[in-house]
Design a protein around this ligand. Structure first.
Ligand code: ADP
Ligand code: MG
Length: 714
């Protein structure tokens, strides 16, 4: 670009991000506004607006090749267009299209603007499924790409916007102009040439040119691979830099891993650790003994035994004279954890020189907003003077007023509900100089490559093995009211056998109030109809906590047969005698949540059943089907990623930072691993990228202010 700047060095992404699209040929006021509407302001934005498809003019299907019922792409010319209203005041636009080999009809329902779009003589690419209608072929609501009068063998099709009035050929024209004007200086390649060569990739400039204007499909694929790699490498470099900086900057506690307490815990267990638990505990102990603070994610399916691993880590802190904290996302869960941890640690003592007998009972305390008054004061005092060994709580643990005597290990449960800042706040509860070790637990497995990206600044341990003796859960889909009766029959049968059941009420995301109302309604209905005569209790989020607790306790003791609940039971509830779970309106839940809910049964020796009830009779529901097909959280996580794409996953964990425009965590698994490897290679040799200024410049575009402050504070 001629910029009045004498600098003739190759253009960096930052350079491109500083040139407005208004400098391009044919971008005036109006088009500038349109481009802004679709988020394109700079030449960088434009060049990274990648084609959504490519049409090979020489090799597409001809009209004579179309077969009824088979999706196909054809390049045709519009011969005629007409519009007519239907009986119910909608519109139908019909067109006749064709090529040299024949013609057929296309129809659009309720898209009146198509009449103006499809002018006679226009060349369009159509993608759709032709059917036989009135003796000829017809495509209903095909995808239409206007390709204009562009030449070239392979035509890029850009995401076009009717609303913003941008056509694919306009975008293509500007991209071509921009690329041409980049020619003289060239586009810089920040990835070391040796790496590019080793990976057999093309240079960045060539990749950018080929993705937009490929000569062949193969060339486009090669370009895509390079550009996807670049995106992933940027993300990984940021994550690896952050990880290494954390390790470099903060001094951790060298915990005592061969102390007595962890050994005693193991000896007292009524069962053997699973292989996966042993491996995870081993990995954690190496971290804990090391000079740097641990920063590790523990992934494990529901019921895989994460609590034990966490307790082992916490005991490691305690046996060295430090404290540990476990933070849970809800009060119910914190309370459950407290009860579970206390049970595991019953009778465990810690050395206490001040005590007559030389030791005292290990002290576990709960700290939530429900603990008030004198109780709260006592817990806070114990945390400050070190007599509380393990604190279990909610966000209450990270309030300013909470002071620890010597916080050594922090366990955070259910990562996805905590922000990174909250993790950091808890870490800061250390004594200022030594940073506590952090273990993050999640029961929502995510695929390995996704974990590398979303949690790329953490190390990961995986519990991929369930404790033995579990009887697999049978999952059934009750599709519609008739089949729902089967679910209630199962509940009755199991209750007759002395078992218990959960009924999960429909999820109503918008309003807890409505959700409670619907739970109450379900409760009433079951009491008077389907489950009449059984002992049924109701549990929902709006009940006072004492009451919730009372209901849960009574259910645990077997005083109720059926617990009708909202999703408050999603996590942590552990009643081995419960063998049936009925989830109403199961299609409102996501795969991960259904899997969590289902994990509440199958916790004892008896065979369990999970019924997924949906209202509408639909033959195909991929999410419900996935649950029916598998009980493996990792398999389901893959299915979830497959169905939802990575958008959701990335948004929650890392807003904006990893804007993947062309790379896909789903399709580019191999590239994610490659990129992570290269990031480590480069960052470990050059931690602040001082010898890789172009790369630094690249990744800095992705940094948050926090990253900047953290990575370059010195
Ligand atoms: P998670 O938190 O991963 O969902 P939990 O830690 O709640 O799983 O463990 C589920 C159940 O399995 C608990 O009742 C626990 O006592 C039991 N458990 C844990 N580890 C083992 C093991 N190695 N062998 C047998 N049972 C185990
Ligand atoms: Mg350590």
């Amino acid at each position: 670009m001629t910029d009045g700047v004498s600098d003739q060095s190759p253009l960096t992404l930052r350079d491109l991000s500083q040139i407005g699209v208004d400098r391009l040929k044919g971008v005036g006021e109006r088009k500038l506004a349109s481009l802004r509407d679709v988020g394109v302001e700079t030449v960088l934005d434009l060049l990274t607006t990648y084609p959504r498809r490519w049409v090979d003019r020489t090799n597409e299907c001809r009209v004579s090749d179309l077969a009824p019922g088979q999706e196909a792409l054809v390049l045709v010319t519009v011969r005629s267009v007409s519009k007519r209203p239907t009986k119910n005041r909608r519109t139908i636009v019909e067109a006749v299209v064709g090529d040299g080999s024949g013609r057929f009809h296309i129809v659009f329902f309720n898209q009146p603007w198509r009449e103006k779009q499809l002018r006679e003589g226009l060349q369009v690419a159509l993608f759709g499924k032709p059917e036989v209608k009135y003796g000829g072929l017809q495509m209903a609501n095909p995808i239409v790409d206007l390709i204009g009068d562009r030449t070239g063998k392979i035509v890029p099709i850009y995401p076009q916007s009717e609303k913003a009035a941008l056509t694919t050929w306009e975008i293509a024209g500007w991209v071509e102009d921009a690329l041409k004007r980049c020619e003289p200086r060239g586009i810089a390649d920040p990835v070391p040439a040796a790496v590019v060569r080793r990976l057999g990739m093309v240079a960045r400039h060539q990749a950018l040119a080929s993705i937009h204007l490929p000569e062949t499909y193969a060339e486009k694929e090669v370009a895509r691979r390079r550009l996807a790699f670049d995106e992933l490498l940027r993300v990984q470099t940021v994550l690896v830099m952050r990880k290494r900086a954390l390790e470099r900057e903060s001094k951790g506690i060298r915990h005592t891993i061969d102390g007595e307490l962890t050994g005693r815990l193991r000896a007292a267990l009524p069962y053997e650790l699973t292989g996966a638990q042993q491996r995870a505990i081993g990995e954690i102990e190496v971290d804990l003994a090391g000079p740097h603070p641990m920063h590790r994610l523990l992934q494990g399916d529901v019921g895989a035994g994460k609590t034990l691993v966490a307790v082992s880590a916490m005991l490691t802190a305690v046996q060295g004279g430090h404290q540990a904290a476990l933070m849970a996302p809800t009060e119910v869960l914190a309370e459950q954890h407290a009860a579970g941890v206390r049970r595991l640690l019953q009778g465990v003592t810690v050395p206490d020189p001040g005590n007559l007998f030389g030791d005292r009972a290990l002290r576990v305390e709960l700290l939530t907003n429900r603990i008030t008054g004198a109780d709260r004061k006592a817990v806070m005092a114990g945390l400050a003077d070190g007599t509380v060994d393990i604190a279990i709580g909610t966000h209450a643990l990270i309030q300013d007023a909470v002071q620890f005597h010597s916080l050594g290990v922090v366990v955070v449960d259910e990562q996805h509900r905590f922000g990174v800042e909250q993790r950091a706040a808890l870490r800061d509860k250390g004594d200022g100089e030594l940073v506590p070790d952090v273990l993050v637990m999640t029961a929502t497995p995510i695929p390995r490559t996704a974990a590398m990206t979303v949690y790329g600044d953490l190390d990961v341990s995986v519990l991929d093995e369930l404790p033995p003796g579990r009887t697999p859960i049978r999952t059934k889909w009750a599709n519609g009211a008739l089949m729902e009766q089967g679910a209630w029959a199962t509940v009755r049968e199991q209750v007759a056998e002395g078992r218990q059941a959960y009924v999960v009420c429909p999820l109503i995301e918008e309003s807890e109030k409505l959700e409670v109302a619907s739970a109450e309604e379900t409760f009433e209905r079951l009491v008077h109809q389907e489950l009449q005569g059984l002992r049924i209790a109701l549990l929902h989020g709006r009940m006072p906590s004492a009451e919730k607790e009372a209901v849960m306790d009574a259910f645990r003791r077997g005083e109720f047969d059926v617990l009708v609940a909202t999703t408050v039971i999603e996590v942590g509830v552990d009643v081995p005698n419960a063998t049936v779970m009925v989830i109403l309106d199961a299609d409102r839940f996501g795969i991960a949540q259904l899997h969590q809910l289902r994990g509440r049964v199958g916790r004892g020796a008896h065979e369990s059943t999970c019924w997924l009830v949906t209202q509408e009779v639909e033959d195909h529901n991929p999410r419900v089907q996935a649950l029916v097909d598998s009980t493996d959280g990792f398999v389901l996580a893959e299915a979830d990623l497959e169905l939802r794409g990575e958008g959701t996953l990335m948004n929650t964990a890392q807003k904006g930072r990893s804007d993947l425009k062309i790379a896909s965590l789903r399709k580019d698994r191999e590239l994610v691993e490659l990129a992570r490897g290269v990031a480590f290679e480069i960052v470990d040799a050059d931690p602040l990228l001082e010898r890789h200024p172009l790369m630094l410049d690249d990744v800095r575009l992705l940094f948050t202010d926090d990253d900047e402050a953290f990575l370059f504070k010195n």
